[in-house]
Design a protein around this ligand. Sequence first.
Ligand SMILES: [Fe+2]
Ligand SMILES: [Fe+2]
Length: 396
Amino acid sequence: MKTENNSFDESSDTRTVKDDVQANWERVVRRRSFLHGIGAAGAIAGAAALPAGTLFAQDNRLSKGDAAILRLAAAIEFIEADLWQQYNELGGQVDNNDNPNPGNPAYIAALQNLDGDMPQYISDNTDDEISHRKFLNAYLTSKGAQPVDFTKFETLQPSKAAGALGNGRLTNLQMLTVDTSWYFRYRSTQNPDLGAKFPQLLNIVKQTAIPLHNSYAPSTIQAIANIAGIHFAFIEQGGSSLYPILALKATSLEVLRILISIGGVEIDHFSLWHDKMGNAVAPPVAPLVDPVTGLTFPNFNDPASQHNTMLSPADQQAGSQMFQTNLIQPEPCQFISPDLPPCSIIRPTLSPNGGPMATVQAFIADGLFIGQNPAFLEQLMDLASEAEAARREAQN
Ligand SMILES: [Fe+2]
Ligand SMILES: [Fe+2]
């Protein structure tokens, strides 16, 4: 059901998606024998105790685990490429053929308030994701493994704003609930892999990250551009954790090489967007209030804004370090053991916290698949479940 400003009716579609997600996970869990009898959460927590896979392909072929890892990576890249293409049409410098992109002038102007080079960065990130998707699928095919193709699920309504193309989409950027807890995670001396939890920096709930029409007030289009900038960082911090986790499961050195090589670029993306999103919560863009939604972007460099009662006592004591917007490189944190010195690292790197199933769950919670066919979710969950089960094996 359509509403005036969004392509989907929030209440009914959100409820339907939640029900579908739950039903699909249960189906996937029931079907997979390795999870038999223990349930998804227990299976992840107890993953180390699972028997190692024994299926090894001969010759040039991938092991079952390596194929599952790369298929999940290809699926994630398919999703990333779809969402970045939407951002690029509206806010990018060039189109997919490197021709100048007219885009959406009001959106581009608002993005450029975060950084004058935003359109170029968006186009470059889009290019990268398309290359990741194509490479991974071509590599899988070259090894006799099945590539990943979600084209038939590109059915979601595109934006009606100037610049957007008319084709159907795999991902929904029109009703995002953006997890912003990573902002604190990368400023904290605590580590989610050692049990740390972080609250939200901002409460971005069911908001569009792209313009849906051409008549926004200046503060509303700026808020939409801010959400986009923050969403860019959310997506890429997810890839920054996922690839190291997948690398830990790889058997073939060549697959390991692929994972750390692509993963490095995801970290590069994250670092870039971490810097740019900081400008959404710093002067002159912030403080900003969207008069339509009430969404507020405080100036987090103002000491008056540097408190969050949901932070742990240790993080509250860290004070301005938890908020400072140009503190974009990972602060040293606990790693492996609290008895070892703090270390500046990507985190999390344990599968239950950022691996295949956690990543897919985070994308679902983000609202990326609101309105999507349940068959797509089931296929994606299957891929995540198989990659989650992959284990590093001794090479022949
Ligand atoms: Fe990627
Ligand atoms: Fe990426």
